[in-house]
Structure formats: C-alpha cells, structure tokens
Design a protein around this ligand. Structure first.
Ligand code: HEC
Ligand code: HEC
Length: 258
C-alpha cells in the first residue's frame, strides 16, 4: 500500500514533465500560474483570517517559514493538517478537495520561493555545487581580515568541523542568521541597584530578565536604565556589510572545515 502511494507521489511530477514536454513552456507556466492564483484565492477565503493574507502569520503561525510547509511535497503534509486540523491548538479541520489543497500548497510554495529570493537566501533544493561558487582562499582572508569573523570565531575551536555538523544549506543560513544566543540585559534602577541576566522579554514598554538564580524580574522600560548586549547584533549588522561575493567566499571557506 505504502509503495503504491509512494509510486503515485513520485510519478505525478514525472507524468507532468512527460505530458508537458510536448507543450510549449509558456503553456506550462500559465498552468502553474493559474494553480497558484486559485490557491491564493482559496487561501484568502479560508486561511488568511488566522495566517494573514500573505501567509506570514497572524493569530496562526507564519506558514512561509514553517518547516512543515518547507518539507511538503505537492500538499502531502499541508493536506494532512488541513484535513485533520489541530483543534486543541486552534487550527480547525477543513474538508477541501485534493485540487484545492494542491492549489493552496502551490501558492504557499510559490510565496516561500519569492521570500527566499528576496532574502537572498538559497532555495533548499540547491545542490552543494551550486552553492559552492565562492573562493575558499578569499573567504579565509575575509574571515581573518575585513569580515572581522576571527574576533569571535576560530576554525580550530567553535567552528571546528562546522561543515560536518550542518547540511550546506543550513550552514549558509547560519552564517547570516545564527539561531540561539540569548541577549544579556543589565537593568539599573533609579536607586542605582543593578540587575544582570538573560533577556526573557523586551519591547519598547517592558523589559524582563532571568537572573543567575533563575528569578525573573520585569520593569516598565521608562522607569529604569536598560543596556542590552546582543551577541548576534554583529551578525545582523554583517548582513548590511558584506557583498554577495563575500558570503559566497566565506561559505566556500567554512565548507572546508570538515
Ligand atoms: C481559526 C484559525 C485558523 C484557520 C482559519 C486556519 N488555521 Fe492553520 N493553524 C492555526 C493555528 C493556531 C495553527 C498552529 C497549530 C499548532 O500550534 O500546532 C495552525 C497551523 C497550521 C499549519 C501547520 C504549520 C506548522 O508549521 O506546523 C498549516 C500547514 C496550516 N495551519 C495551514 C492552514 C491552511 C492551509 C488553512 C486554510 C485552509 C488554515 N491553516 C486555516 C489556525 C488556523
Ligand atoms: C561579535 C562577535 C561575532 C562576530 C564578529 C561574528 N560572529 Fe558569528 N556568531 C557569534 C555568536 C554569538 C554566534 C552564536 C553562537 C551560538 O549560538 O553558539 C555566532 C554564530 C555563528 C555561526 C553559527 C555557528 C553554529 O554552530 O550555529 C556561524 C557559521 C558564524 N557565526 C559565522 C560568522 C562569520 C562567517 C562571521 C564573519 C563574517 C562571524 N560569524 C562574525 C558572534 C560573532
């Protein structure tokens, strides 16, 4: 049974290719565009209320950056969520047809592709050879020189074997957007008393930190002096500094750290 399902799943794109090989490219493109538009209309009608009109999230999560959507093929995972829902978590079930689900999936994948291009990130299906367009020597030089990476990193210590640790696509995105690393916050009360700890929450009105003993303290931001040290602020700033060539070179260099 499983084998049949797999066969069908695998043969659908193949069949499409075979069938479409006879059609001119623009017919195929028009069909794909039509599916995406139909999916968008369906999404706006049924899903946008919670996920936002562009699927970037509202009361429901951002679907463009959802790993589940990312791993979906032709609606296989998205379809399960739509049909079963997650009622206990606020996601209702919908009885949509195969075609409707497929069109919604096409729409979400198309949005994700656009988002990836805009962020100058590389789509997940990129093979390593396509990512490895930089020059490792130049990358090493940039790492130790203009890039300033060696101020915080070392190829022998924290970045040792980094290329074995992550898939190329994940390594590339980690250079730009490393996850984790919680900011450190120092709050000084009007009396002069200081509190230091990991940031728990921060917006323009409130600040909370967890001190070394695990206690959480919160303040109205206007009533205290706040210093936030974000270890990743540099990475965000890097994004505005380095060129496409720099990041390709850096990536080529880091890929040598097996
Ligand atoms: C009433 C609000 C609501 C509507 C309407 C809604 N969703 Fe959701 N959806 C949610 C919530 C809340 C979650 C998060 C559930 C959880 O935490 O597991 C979710 C989760 C999902 C997920 C899983 C995301 C992930 O990364 O795990 C997908 C896919 C999804 N929704 C697609 C849809 C689609 C497609 C539609 C329209 C057919 C839709 N949703 C309509 C509220 C909604
Ligand atoms: C001011 C310090 C600083 C500088 C400069 C800096 N980084 Fe980072 N980098 C960090 C911190 C902090 C993290 C998060 C570490 C963690 O989560 O363990 C990080 C994470 C990373 C990661 C992910 C590591 C992992 O295991 O997930 C990579 C890759 C990386 N940096 C590459 C670079 C490159 C390339 C440069 C230079 C262009 C650079 N960094 C410059 C502080 C810095």
């Amino acid at each position: 049974m499983l084998r049949i399902v797999l066969l069908v799943l695998l043969s659908v794109p193949l069949m499409r290719q075979v069938l479409c090989a006879q059609d001119p490219d623009d017919v195929r493109q028009a069909q794909a565009d039509a599916a995406v538009s139909a999916g968008k209309a369906q999404f706006r009608k049924t899903c946008a209320f919670c996920h936002g009109p562009d699927a970037r999230g509202a009361s429901g999560p951002d679907l463009i950056r959802s790993p589940l959507v990312n791993h979906d093929v032709n609606g296989n995972l998205i379809g399960q969520v739509i049909r079963n829902g997650r009622p206990e978590k606020g996601m209702p079930a919908f009885s949509l047809s195969e075609t409707q689900i497929r069109q919604i999936a096409d729409f979400l994948h198309s949005e994700a592709k656009i988002a990836a291009t805009v962020a100058r990130r590389v789509p997940t299906e990129y093979p390593l050879e396509k990512l490895l367009v930089g020059n490792a020597e130049a990358g090493k030089k940039y790492f130790n020189g203009a890039g300033g990476c060696s101020e915080c990193h070392s190829p022998e210590r924290d970045l040792a074997h980094i290329a074995s640790k992550y898939k190329p696509i994940d390594l590339q995105s980690r250079i730009a957007f490393p996850p984790g690393a919680v900011p450190t916050v120092v709050v000084t009360e009007p009396s002069g008393q200081k509190f230091t700890g990991d940031q728990v929450y921060a917006d323009e009105f409130l600040i909370s930190l967890r001190d070394r003993d695990g206690w959480i303290h919160s303040w109205k931001r206007s009533s205290v002096k706040v210093d936030i040290h974000d270890p990743l602020a540099v990475h965000e700033e890097l994004l505005t500094r380095y060129t496409d060539k720099d990041i390709h070179d850096l990536f080529a260099y880091l890929e040598t750290l097996k």
